[in-house]
Design a binder for this molecule. Structure first.
Ligand code: T1G
Length: 693
């Protein structure tokens, strides 16, 4: 019988079978919590019932608390209280887990008296990725079942465990290959016959291990000083040696302290943004079938793109111009696949089949039967136009012709074909088989079904597809080109490259801009500055003085052994010759260097990034602020706990941003201009979050 819309109860002899059915992932919404509470209490008062089993319909057991409830007034029954009621049930409660039993879902199982895992089950406590900690008993019950060291590792990593590992650790009591309902019945009968004994988790003593927790905390101080919840995880797990009710109180306090942080808001914005970003109107169109992909160009990008397509189960034809170049491209792809095999991402049989799905060709005519052709050759408009002109003749109408260009005008490329509606930009980020961002660049004439195919391909490649309009640099590189100048101005005006890098790394970036430049290759930006020299507005303060001289010395960064830093030894030391160049360039420009505080470095850098991001919204290059956030998170190493530049901008507010720009504009009124949209937001009080709705 239905307890409510999402919970039903069935009695079979003296077994109560409680079925959860809250698609798509059985989140522990208030309705689910109410339903479970009623069903368990009903089973406990039913004299006929001797054992209770909870299982779920659909693709997974409870995948966690309902994140949509966070930040809103609490709704009873709260999950920790419900789980305590399950644990205190007079009759044994069994839980049968399948799919992805995560967070509050696993915690429900930990409060039960027996846990059965089904084939393919993954379980874990990923709350740390949301800026939280397991707040429904997970920090108290996990150590009781598997000990403090294993528990803190699972909680701090937030990783998913396979069922076998969980069984070995003691998180599961048995595995089954039955259906959830059948496994529930079998386990219930085994409890009744005494074949298996249920037990209360809270009655298990925890062996203290403060030394291990001290060691974890010391590491966190080094690696996660700017985050709150990891430290709270250690604090809560440490309390698991207390009587369970005291420990639960410590956990509850730690949970609410984590809940009330901007980091939790930022990480949850990132969680939902990652899913919302593909929800664009064109996504509703029917994507075209893609089974075989042609990749033109076997260099770094082409081989990475081919690898990504192969790993997604697509057949790939790689086209190069010479045997040698083709051989290099194929060798790179094989090396990438071997890496996936070694890391356990690819089973041996899949590895062999994936390699077999790759063909190498020397003629574009070999692409006469592909569903999608992706051009990834040198960033030269004439070369690209020539290739698209040939593809237009070789590929059947309806075959999608895509360019991986990172900034060239897609409409100009499309105009060289007879079917611009089939042309789209698929801007991958290097390494293309690793980086999750894919900018889906939509031309003026790109057909909706082609856009839908771009998003379907992104999902298949497990990438985050973001729709972009056509401009120099699309969304990410356009914004980067702007804020990177701030870093150069800061160095000319008095900060060292290392001070700029350190300030931004303390802010949360994995690497500062000079380290990133050294890693990517300083020659890339050098070529961009040269490309743009002819059209650079004369009012613009030139930002390349130092970087040009570094490149003129052949110092392109890591690949040439020196750039802003020296790479001869393991640790990255500042390149002293850069200091000399900086001093000389300041003197030439008549600049008296002044000390610049880290906070000022961050404020300027972030204000520049936000300003250009606002302009990409005004120019409709980015459709929504969340699109920009996802681009910066998944392509540019923006600190995930800050949610992205637009989410972060809302924590500053339009008025304050305008004040900062006006202050900076006194030094450089060309570079620092207040975008009209920001002014309008300041006037009407709208936020970027409002624009995402
Ligand atoms: N709350 C609300 N909505 C959720 C959700 C959740 N926990 N998990 C998924 N969704 C939505 C998601 O937004 C999407 O919505 C749809 O479900 C399908 O998800 C007290 C505090 C389970 C591995 O962190 O990792 O428990 O876009 O597209 O790729 O200690 O969802 O369809 O409208 O991701 O198959 C802990 C988060 C929560 C798990 C499935 N749990 N979810 O992946 O589908 S905090 C998590 C996932 C907690 C307790 C604490 C994945 C998935 P829409 P999807 P998928």
């Amino acid at each position: 019988m239905q307890i409510n819309d999402v919970v039903s109860i069935e009695t079979l002899d003296n077994i109560a079978l409680i079925c959860l059915n809250n698609p798509p992932v059985n989140v522990a919404s208030q309705a689910l919590r109410v339903g479970i509470q009623k069903a368990v209490s009903q089973a406990n008062v039913d004299a006929e019932i001797a054992v209770i089993a909870i299982y779920a319909a659909g693709r997974t057991f409870v995948a966690g608390a309902d994140i949509k409830e966070f930040g809103k007034p609490p709704l009873d029954p709260m999950l920790p209280d419900l789980i305590n009621e399950i644990e205190e049930s007079a009759k044994p409660v069994i839980t049968v887990l399948h799919g992805t039993a995560l967070g509050g879902g696993l915690e429900i199982a930990l409060g039960a008296h027996l846990r059965v895992g089904l084939n393919g089950l993954k379980l874990g406590l990923p709350e740390i990725h949301l800026g939280l900690l397991p707040g429904a008993g997970g920090t108290q019950r996990t150590p009781r079942l598997i000990g403090i060291p294993a528990a803190i590792e699972i909680i701090l990593s937030g990783r998913h465990l396979e069922a076998n590992e969980a069984l070995g650790l003691g998180l599961l009591d048995r595995l089954s290959d039955e259906s959830p309902r059948e496994a529930a019945i079998t386990a219930a009968k085994d409890v009744l016959s005494g074949t298996i004994n249920p037990r209360r988790t809270d009655e298990i003593e925890v062996k203290p291990d403060h030394a291990h927790l001290d060691e974890m905390e010391a590491k966190l101080v080094q690696t996660h000083s700017h985050l709150v919840s990891p430290h709270k995880c250690v604090e809560a797990v440490r309390a698991s040696t207390l009587p369970v009710n005291e420990g639960l109180k410590v956990e509850r306090q730690a949970f609410f302290e984590s809940m009330n942080t901007p980091q939790r808001a930022g990480l949850i914005h990132a969680f939902f943004g990652e899913r919302a970003v593909s929800k664009v109107s064109e996504f509703k169109s029917t994507p075209r079938e893609v089974a075989q992909v042609g990749v033109i160009g076997g260099g770094t990008m082409g081989s990475g793109i081919a690898t990504a397509c192969l790993l997604a189960g697509l057949r790939v034809i790689l086209v190069e111009t010479t045997e040698e170049a083709l051989g290099r491209g194929i060798a790179t792809i094989h090396k990438n696949l071997e890496g996936a095999l070694k890391r356990g991402k690819l089973a041996q049989d899949r590895f062999d089949a994936t390699k077999a799905a790759l063909k190498g060709e020397l003629q574009l005519t070999a692409l006469d039967n592909v569903d999608l052709a992706i051009e990834a050759v040198f960033e030269n408009m004439d070369v690209k136009k020539d290739i698209f002109g040939q593809l237009d003749k070789i590929c059947e109408p309806g075959v999608i012709l895509a360019s991986n260009t990172s900034y060239l005008d897609l409409d100009e490329i499309a105009a060289t074909t007879s079917r611009p509606e089939d042309v789209i930009g698929l801007h991958f980020f290097s390494p293309a088989h690793v980086m999750r961002l894919l900018e889906i660049v939509v031309g003026a004439k790109t057909d909706e079904s082609v856009i839908a195919t771009g998003f379907a391909l992104a999902k298949r490649l497990r990438k985050i597809g973001v729709k972009s309009g056509v401009c120099d640099g699309f969304i990410g590189n356009r914004i980067l080109a702007h804020y990177r100048k701030t870093a150069a101005y800061l160095v000319l005006d008095g900060a060292s490259p290392q001070e700029v890098d350190r300030a931004l790394e303390e802010f949360g970036f994995a690497m500062g801009p000079h380290k990133v430049g050294d890693l990517a290759g300083l020659d890339i930006d050098w070529m961009t500055r040269q490309r743009k020299a002819a059209t650079r507005p004369e009012e613009e303060r030139y930002s390349g003085h130092v970087a040009d001289r570094i490149c003129e010395n052949g110092w392109f960064g890591r690949k040439s052994g020196k750039g802003y830093y020296l790479y001869e030894s393991a640790n990255m030391l500042p390149n002293p010759e850069v200091e000399t160049i900086v001093a000389e360039e300041r003197e030439k420009a008549g600049i008296t260097p002044k000390p610049i505080a880290a906070a000022d470095i961050v404020d300027r850098y972030m204000t520049a990034m936000i300003s250009e991001a606002v302009r990409t919204l005004e120019d409709k290059i980015a459709a929504r602020p969340l699109d920009i956030d996802m681009v910066l998170l998944f392509g540019y190493g923006f600190p995930r706990h800050l949610g992205g530049p637009m989410h972060y901008a809302d924590t500053i507010g339009a008025k304050e941003l305008i004040n900062r720009i006006k202050t900076y504009a006194k030094e450089d009124s060309y570079y620092w201009r207040v975008p009209g949209l920001l002014r309008q937001m300041a006037d009407d009080g709208t936020t970027f979050a409002d624009m995402n709705r």
